[in-house]
Design a protein around this ligand. Structure first.
Ligand code: PLP
Length: 451
């Protein structure tokens, strides 16, 4: 029954046709979860109309999240992992809202980090060091000293990284627990900007140099305790056979490393599972359980703790970017909806030509439908949130929702054009609660005080 009740759970295998979403939204079995539109033409977050949220909050634009959807997304991973010794490491770069971080931690999550500041936030949010992985191709020395002192797992990414980790361990006075980041060289078939596990990537060690790395670790067992291997193939991956293929190759690496006497206890398979951004099509994405089932047998034969590093698939569909229409214009060839949000708050369309579904938050009786580019006020032609979208012609003041904005949206927001990064809210048990204040101009000006 679960799938029937939960209209917008990204983690149950289903078609995302809006017809079906509407049918599910009508299902008479309790609270609906996530963002969806009903037959009345309004868009909802859980059981609350987004239009009503807009009227309750003072800011526009703002980010809105469904706490139920976050819970469900995490639960889908933990259910899928039952019977497997595992750590779910939330990749907090996807969304570092402190309350969202705390929520996952309370559900048992670990954290996957790419900076010392992320480590400090993860510790403040209560994440246990044994469940933290520190990643990156350019980790700084002082960050490494801090990470070793905290006792978190650290990935070795290169020769110089190994050297820095070794020195950091000596300074910290204890061994660093390290994993080797290996590039299995499996093509994730995604946008080149989010492909990270192929040979030409800037991440990971050169596989031909594996023996050099093992020899270096052997030389200095006091500073470097090699406990596992890591790979991260990329992001927005839509086929689980890619994870299977990578695991087959990683199993060989683990066997080779174990044969030299190392006690490999962790296999970190990385993150990267995609979500169905194309809400108006029948796009189907594999679920966490599809991913786990694809590698379950290989992993259990290995006798390791499996680490997963999901970011997007935990938060992506749980958030929306809510804007207000400022006006509609045409250049004679193209129609534009100009909104108050922009590439500064949500850069994925500009950066990766990413598609995120766009809807008005309410029906406009009698309005005709036209094809629009949805653009912001920032002085860049790249400032668009969507292109060629067929929508009803809105009036000024209408709400416009950019869906699936929970991952890599707020966390990538900038202050370009001196726009202040927006507030964040979530719907929690049917109530709208603020979970982050927006930046203020006073904070900005304070940076220049007394110079
Ligand atoms: C970004 C990143 C992740 C998370 O990727 P998603 O596509 O958001 O799941 C996991 N691991 C590493 C090393 C990353 O850099």
């Amino acid at each position: 029954m679960k799938a029937k009740c939960n209209v917008a759970s990204s983690n149950t295998k289903r078609s995302r046709s809006s017809v079906q979403a509407k049918a599910q939204a009508q299902a008479p079995c309790g609270v609906s979860t996530g963002f969806y539109s009903k037959d009345d033409g309004f868009v909802y977050c859980d059981d609350v109309r987004v239009k009503d949220v807009r009227q309750q909050v003072p800011e526009s634009p703002f980010y809105l999240y469904s706490k139920n959807q976050l819970t469900e997304n995490f639960q889908a991973y933990s259910d899928a992992l039952s019977g497997i010794d595992s750590i779910i490491g939330y990749a907090i770069k996807a969304n570092n809202n402190f309350l969202i971080m705390k929520h996952f931690r309370e559900m048992g999550s670990g954290a996957v980090l790419v900076s010392g500041n992320e480590l400090e936030c993860a510790r403040a949010a209560g994440y246990a060091p044994e469940k933290i992985v520190f990643n990156g191709n350019g980790k700084l020395y002082h960050e490494l000293v801090y990470a070793v002192k905290e006792g978190v797992l650290i990935n070795i990414d290169s020769e110089f990284d190994l050297e820095n980790i070794r020195n950091a361990a000596r300074e910290a006075g204890k061994a660093a627990k390290v994993l080797l980041r290996i590039n299995p060289d499996v093509d994730p078939e995604v946008h080149p900007y989010v492909s990270t596990g192929i040979k030409s990537s800037k991440f990971g060690i050169r596989n031909e140099r594996l023996q050099w790395f093992l020899d270096e670790v052997k030389k200095d067992g006091k500073a470097l305790d090699l406990v596992g291997v890591h790979c991260h193939l990329g992001s927005t991956i839509s086929k689980v056979n890619i994870f299977y293929d990578a695991t087959v190759l990683m199993v060989d690496f683990i066997k080779e490393i174990r044969a030299q006497g190392f006690d490999i206890r962790y296999f970190d398979i990385g993150g990267g599972l995609g979500i169905p951004y194309h809400r108006d099509t029948d796009e189907v994405m594999p679920s966490p359980s599809d991913l786990i089932e694809a590698v379950r047998k290989l992993v259990s034969e290995l006798g390791v703790t499996l680490i997963l590093e999901p970011g997007r698939s935990l938060v992506g569909n749980a958030g929306a970017f809510v804007n207000t229409v400022n006006g509609v214009k045409s250049n004679g060839q193209k129609n534009f909806i100009v909104i108050d949000g922009s590439m500064a708050e949500l850069i994925r369309p500009s950066l990766y030509d990413a598609y995120q579904h766009i809807e008005l938050d309410q029906p406009i009786p009698g309005a005709e439908r036209k094809v629009f580019d949805v653009v912001g006020p920032v002085c860049e032609s790249a400032d668009f949130l969507g292109k060629d979208r067929e929508l009803q012609v809105p009036t000024a003041g209408t709400g416009l929702i950019v869906h699936d904005a929970g991952a890599y949206c707020m966390s990538m927001a900038s202050t370009y054009n001196l726009r202040m990064r927006p507030a964040e809210y979530w719907v929690d048990g049917g109530k709208v609660k603020k979970i982050r204040h927006c930046d203020t101009l006073a904070e900005h000006l304070a940076k220049f005080e007394g110079l």
